[in-house]
Write a new protein. Structure first.
Length: 293
């Protein structure tokens, strides 16, 4: 999602991350050793299942915290597709080829700073695995596999088509803030803030490139702590930016919802989306859950 030329973290940044990680995490008593580095525990992200009072906030998020609902909705629809396809294959007596598991994917335009500060710049909650009965041993024919995959896409489309068009328009509206003068001024504070932590990065893209490089070269035992410390630094520096952008997004959403051309879509979101999601939960045995800090 973030790409920029790779550069090296300064030695000061590496030392800071290592020291901060060592002093900010809780040791696991049973794993301590007098002759080696102490083991640490990093609390995993949780899952929640409470829907917003207004489904609009799930489909048209204006804050990073609201985007957790959006991530959960996306994962739910993907899992409904997988479950419907797998059910079709079981009915026909074969097993589908393995597919990539669904994952919660954050939105760069809506950084969830509380979550990132606790879990890092790339980690998220674990998506629950779909439960299924014993799978048939045989593989399906190419035609059979295509038919079942098509059934899965139809099931997912019955949900996604309820919101995808208006959601796409909303995200297009959100990106307009990139040109907002107040946002631009706030983003210009990032290099100095990163520098206070010993990190030389010109902007968000640069920071993520540097973080990616560090995570690729760090020892595996250090990854969780360094990941979390990088998240804390990013969140600290981005809070002044989000203090500007979140109110601006809220105003944009108010205008977006009031626009006559969106009236029908918004009404449908508020009256039919949640019942459709609950019906799909029951039919396909897929839980509708969301990442939480």
């Amino acid at each position: 999602m973030f790409r920029s030329p790779r550069r090296a973290l300064t030695a000061a940044a590496l030392a800071l991350l290592t020291t901060a990680a060592a002093t900010s995490c809780t040791a696991a008593p049973a794993a301590q050793s007098a002759s080696g580095p102490r083991a640490v525990t990093v609390t995993p992200a949780r899952l929640g299942d409470i829907l917003p009072a207004d489904p609009v906030r799930m489909v048209l998020p204006a804050t990073g915290a609201e985007s957790r609902w959006t991530q959960g909705l996306d994962v739910f629809v993907r899992q409904v597709e997988q479950a419907a396809a797998a059910s079709c294959a079981r009915e026909r007596g074969f097993t589908l080829p393995a597919s990539d598991p669904a994952a919660f994917i954050r939105f760069s335009e809506l950084p969830d700073l509380d979550f990132i500060a606790r879990h890092g710049t790339s980690e998220s909650a674990t998506v629950p695995a779909l439960s299924a009965g014993p799978a048939p041993a045989r593989s399906g024919t190419a035609a059979g596999v295509r038919a079942c995959l098509a059934r899965g896409k139809t099931a997912a489309g019955a949900l996604r088509d309820r919101y995808a068009d208006v959601q796409g328009q909303w995200f297009g509206t959100v990106t307009s803030l990139r040109r907002d003068p107040a946002t631009v001024r706030a983003l210009h504070t990032l290099p100095d803030c990163f520098a206070r932590y010993g990190i030389e990065a010109r902007d968000e893209l640069d920071y993520f490139a540097l973080a990616d490089q560090l995570m690729q070269t760090a020892d595996a035992s250090e990854l969780p702590l360094k990941e979390r410390e990088l998240g804390r630094i990013y969140a600290a520096c981005m809070r002044p930016v989000e203090a500007v952008r979140e109110p601006a997004r809220a105003k944009l959403r108010t205008r977006f919802l009031a626009a006559p051309e969106h009236a029908d879509a918004v009404h449908a979101l508020r009256t039919t989306l949640v019942p459709a999601l609950r019906a799909a939960e029951k039919r396909y045995g897929v839980p509708l859950v969301f990442p939480e800090p």
